[in-house]
Design a protein around this ligand. Structure first.
Ligand SMILES: *Cc1c(COP(=O)(O)O)cnc(C)c1O
Length: 469
């Protein structure tokens, strides 16, 4: 495919505007370009075709099945986009004073998300999940600081955790204490109890965890952390399995972050704006950066972590999503997400074994360790092979505790027929792995680009166009 720089030619334009009649801004000479920037020069049809061509190469939720575990790639209803692009929302200036409508959106979204999570206050400042984690840990740190307990440096994190958890904890200057999982894929209680003590600042937990399993010991876990003076942080990036059924606040958690760009329906995956609101219990409220509802506490707040109220458009989408579904719809969405995951798991586990074979929540993890040993076909090969069946691959090699892992999250927005089709694709790839394993090393063969060198792409990215001289 041609790049935009390779289309068009010198002097081509799609300019309709008359010459400006206002004086040109006068910049100091040393700030001026010596030569005009080398920008693409294209006509309107050329730029139109360029983007149409790009759009054809993109795979999104509307192109096909997209079971990217841990990412919750559900269909995002178009009405959310419609509402977020209303001029009163999209064209608001953050310093505008008469913004009662936008304020109302923030207040209602805060109220409803507090209701869903069992928290007492919420801020929309954090730009994404990991940013929310950092803020949540800053609240925990502030709490210990205010209680003269700065010696509490340990944050307990299970080994199945999302990688951002230990990263955020060390960024917040805590020491990460890793706890292994037991044979059921949940927190190993003996190992957990051994690390409890007066130096524990808190715990970070995802429940259901990244294996898609709900830890039945969660109440005992949060109770024990509290008993030794620590606080409990809930990673609520994926609330898709529990919203409307169980609340982190009722499971004993003091702080939680959500990913509005996963559970609450904002398109993501292309690096677009996200939102990782942080909620907390009443006793931590004063440390929060502030919100539309609670303002902020000038002496005790940890301070702003982002300008104004974060990515406001994402909050508008989330609120639209919650209001259009209603309380019953929210509950049904998570029920269906769990049902779909279990249905698909049962259909494909004959072909690819499940790492921890228990009823799952919104996602499940396969292990291809044996397949790799026997046929030389890796999780990567199977993921790439699935692309040739018209679907996006599942998440690969995560969580780290499962060898040759594929993590599948179908979401609630898929029909039974779509799940049956997906199961057929998995089955076809399994047959291919048995009958012609070599061929899978070259998959995908049906896409514009075959198998890129992902290590080189990460280490040595070419991000800048070089003009042929
Ligand atoms: C996605 C995810 C995160 C990180 O969220 P970002 O918005 O990507 O920063 C954290 N925890 C879990 C469990 C996740 O799935």
């Amino acid at each position: 495919m041609k790049l935009i720089f390779e289309r068009g030619g010198s002097g081509r334009t799609m300019q309709y505007l008359p010459e400006g009649d206002t004086p040109k801004a006068v910049l100091p000479a040393h700030l001026l370009r010596q030569q005009p920037a080398r920008l693409p020069e294209v006509t309107e049809i050329e730029v139109g075709r360029h983007y149409a061509e790009l759009a054809k190469q993109v795979f999104g939720v509307v192109s096909g099945f997209y079971p990217l575990g841990s990412c919750t790639m559900k269909y995002n209803p178009r009405i959310n986009e419609r509402v977020a692009s209303l001029p009163g929302f999209a064209a608001i200036h953050p310093l505008q004073k008469d913004a009662e409508g936008c304020r109302g959106v923030l207040e209602l979204a805060e109220k409803l998300l507090c209701e869903i999570t069992g928290m007492d206050a919420m801020t929309f400042q954090p730009s994404a999940g990991a940013h929310g984690e950092l803020l949540g840990l800053m609240l925990i740190k502030k709490y210990h600081e205010q209680n003269g307990a700065l010696h509490r440096k340990k944050i307990i994190i299970p080994d199945a955790a999302h990688g951002t958890n230990p990263a955020s904890a060390s960024m917040a200057d805590f020491d990460v204490i890793n706890v292994p999982s037991d044979e059921n894929g949940c927190m190993d209680m003996d190992a957990f109890e051994k690390v409890l003590g007066a130096d524990v600042a808190g715990l970070m937990l995802t429940n259901p965890n990244t294996l898609g399993l709900f830890d039945p010991n969660v109440l005992a876990i949060t109770e024990k952390v509290h008993a030794c003076g620590g606080l409990c942080y809930y990673d609520g990036a994926n609330l898709n399995a529990i919203m409307g059924h169980v609340r982190p606040g009722d499971m004993g958690f003091d702080v939680v972050h959500l990913n509005l760009h996963k559970t609450f329906s904002t398109p993501h995956g292309g690096g677009g704006p996200g939102s990782g609101p942080v909620g907390c219990k009443e006793f931590l409220k004063d440390y929060m950066p502030g919100s539309a509802l609670m303002g902020n506490h000038p002496d005790r707040s940890v301070g702003q972590v982002r300008a104004f109220h974060g990515n406001f458009g994402v909050v508008v989408r989330a609120l639209t999503y919650i209001l259009t579904l209603g309380a019953d719809g929210i509950r049904e969405a998570s029920q269906t997400a769990v049902l779909n995951a279990n249905y698909l798991m049962h259909k494909i586990k004959e072909d690819f074994p499940v790492a921890y074979d228990h009823p799952c929540m919104h996602e499940f993890v396969l292990t291809l360790e044996q397949l790799k040993a026997e046929n030389g076909v890796s999780a990567m090969d199977v993921a790439k092979g699935l692309i040739d069946h018209g679907m996006h691959p599942p998440t690969m090699y995560f969580p780290l505790i499962v060898h040759e892992a594929l993590m599948v999250e179908p979401t609630e927005t898929e029909s039974r027929e779509a799940l049956d089709e997906a199961a057929k694709a998995f089955h076809a790839v399994r047959l291919q792995a048995d009958n012609d394993p070599e061929s899978l090393h070259n998959a995908p063969v049906s896409t514009p680009i075959g198998r890129p060198d992902d290590v080189a792409a990460a280490r040595d990215p070419i991000l800048r166009y070089t003009f042929p001289e």
